[in-house]
Design a protein around this ligand. Structure first.
Ligand SMILES: Nc1ncnc2c1ncn2[C@@H]1O[C@H](COP(=O)(O)OP(=O)(O)OP(=O)(O)O)[C@@H](O)[C@H]1O
Length: 258
C-alpha cells in the first residue's frame, strides 16, 4: 500500500522533452508516484507515454523541468526495472539463465542468482520450465519470464510499457492477475503504460490520463476499492463506472465526443 506521508518515489515537475528531431513530445508534465503505488498511465497513441517512461528510467534527460527519483540513484539496492511490449529474451539461453542475467551482471554468485531466479519463476507459474528455451514458450509464458526477470531484481520502481498489448484476452487477464500478485508480494511501485481502459481499471490504484499536443497529464482518477480486490472486480458495477469515466476523459483528451 502506498504511504501517503512518504516522499514520492518518482516526481515529474513541469517536465518538457524535445526530441532531437525538434518534436516537443512533453510539456509541463507533472506527476508523482508514491512508494509501493500502482499507477496506470493511459493516453492516446503518440501522446508521449513511452517518452515519459524512458525519462522515469533515466534513459533520456528532460529538456526542461525536473525528474526526481531515489530509485534512480546509482549504486543503491532497489532501483528501477523495465518491461517492454516485447519480452526481449535471449533466444540462445534457458529461461532460468534469462532471469538470472540481471543478478549475474551485478556480481551475485551463480548459486544465489539461480535460487532467486527459480523462486521468481515459480511465483509467475513457470516452475518446471527453467531449462526451456524462449522459442518453446507461448507469448504469455515469454512475458511471464520478462516479468520474473524484472521482479528478481527487487526493484523499488517497475516500469512497464504496454507489456500485455500483444496477448489474447484470456492470456492478458491471467497475466494481469499474476502481475498484481507479484506487485503485492514485492511491495514495489509500478508505472504501467496502457491504451486499454479496462486494463488500467483492473490493475491500478490510480490512473493518470495523458493528452497530446504536446503530451501532459490532463486528469488523475483514483480507482476504488483499494486492492486487494475481489477476483470478479473486472465485472463489477464499480469497474464499469470507472471505465466509463476514464473513457470520457480519454475522449476529451483526444478532442473527441465521448
Ligand atoms: N527518438 C525520437 N525522436 C523523435 N521523435 C520521437 C522519438 N521518440 C518518440 N518521438 C515522437 O514523440 C511523440 C511521443 O512518442 P511516444 O512514443 O512517447 O508516444 P506514445 O504515447 O508512447 O505512443 P504509442 O501509444 O503509439 O506507443 C510522438 O510524436 C513520436 O513521434
Amino acid at each position: 500500500m502506498p504511504d501517503a506521508l512518504a516522499p514520492p518515489l518518482l516526481a515529474f515537475e513541469r517536465v518538457g522533452l524535445r526530441h532531437a528531431g525538434g518534436r516537443q513530445a512533453l510539456q509541463d508534465c507533472s506527476l508523482q508516484l508514491a512508494p509501493g503505488e500502482f499507477l496506470a498511465l493511459l493516453g492516446p497513441s503518440g501522446c508521449g507515454k513511452s517518452t515519459l517512461l524512458r525519462l522515469a528510467a533515466g534513459l533520456i534527460a528532460a529538456s526542461s523541468g525536473q525528474v526526481q527519483s531515489p530509485a534512480l540513484a546509482p549504486g543503491r539496492e532497489g532501483g528501477t526495472a523495465m518491461v517492454f511490449q516485447s519480452p526481449a529474451l535471449m533466444p540462445w539461453a534457458s529461461v532460468e539463465a534469462n532471469v538470472m542475467l540481471p543478478l549475474r551482471l551485478r556480481g551475485r554468485p551463480q548459486a544465489e542468482a539461480r535460487a532467486a531466479a527459480r523462486a521468481q519463476l515459480a511465483q509467475v507459474g513457470l516452475a518446471g520450465w527453467e531449462a526451456a528455451r524462449p522459442a518453446e514458450l507461448s507469448g504469455g509464458m515469454a512475458m511471464r519470464v520478462a516479468i520474473a526477470r524484472a521482479l528478481v531484481q527487487r526493484p523499488r520502481l517497475l516500469l512497464m510499457d504496454e507489456p500485455f498489448a500483444a496477448l489474447d484476452e484470456l492470456s492478458r487477464q491471467a497475466l494481469q492477475a499474476e502481475l498484481l500478485a507479484g506487485w503485492q508480494a514485492s511491495g514495489c511501485a509500478v508505472l504501467f503504460v496502457t491504451h486499454n481502459v479496462a486494463e488500467a481499471v483492473v490493475l491500478s490504484q490510480r490512473v493518470a490520463v495523458m493528452g497530446r499536443g504536446p503530451g501532459r497529464i490532463v486528469a488523475e482518477h483514483r480507482i476504488d476499492p483499494p486492492p486487494p480486490r475481489a477476483a470478479d472486480f473486472r465485472h463489477s458495477d464499480a469497474a464499469a463506472a470507472h471505465a466509463r469515466a476514464l473513457s470520457a476523459t480519454l475522449a476529451a483528451a483526444q478532442g473527441q465526443p465521448a
